[in-house]
Design a protein. Structure first.
Length: 189
């Protein structure tokens, strides 16, 4: 899943029950959306180092263990400034990022995508699947996508269902965003 999808998904968490009943301020909204994207900050390293962008899920930056570290940092920095529910949403945003990144593989298990290997190693550093996938990557790094355009081509052709789901999430998020904007304007007038 790409940045737009992760952003839309994190925003939708704030609009889902029971959180939709609570009024969150700008900082709280920002933190949830940022948490929904924070794993992908490792992409910067891939761009700078020239490593294949398509392999960025294979390393520590995209593991649940890293998610726990991010969560603890969020908690320590903001525990006195935001509502408790925000941390539940941050935990959800972190978990769902990894879940949606792994979805191309999970759907391939039931034949719905043509993706061939796990993206997220949930039990890292004890996930036995990682050695095999990492070994394949190191033996043949050129089989991974180096450029964003290659990544997009792969994404749309091999994992079309995830791409369509991403579009659906974006449409849903836009619907709630526009609804919110209209509601706020009515209150101002
Ligand atoms: Zn990701």
């Amino acid at each position: 899943m790409l940045t737009f999808g992760h952003t839309a998904r994190a925003y939708l968490i704030t609009k889902a029950p029971p959180f939709s009943k609570i009024k969150f301020n700008k900082l709280e909204m920002f933190l949830v959306i940022f948490a929904g994207n924070i794993f992908d900050m490792d992409v910067v390293w891939y761009f700078l180092s020239g490593a294949p962008i398509g392999a960025h899920h294979l390393f520590f930056g995209h593991t649940p263990l890293m998610g726990v570290i991010y969560f603890v940092v969020f908690y320590l920095l903001f525990r006195k400034r935001v509502k408790k529910q925000v941390f539940v949403m941050i935990a959800l945003a972190l978990f769902l990022h990894l879940f949606f990144d792994d979805l191309s593989y999970l759907l391939s298990l039931v034949g719905l995508t043509a993706h061939t290997h796990p993206e997220i190693f949930w039990l890292y550093p004890f996930d036995p699947r990682r050695n095999e996938v990492l070994g394949n990557f190191l033996a043949n790094p050129n089989s991974y996508q180096y450029k964003m355009i290659e990544f997009m081509q792969y994404y749309i052709t091999k994992t079309l269902l995830v791409f369509l789901l991403e579009i659906l999430l974006i449409i849903l998020a836009l619907f709630f965003l526009i609804k919110n904007l209209i509601k706020n304007n009515i209150f101002k007038n």
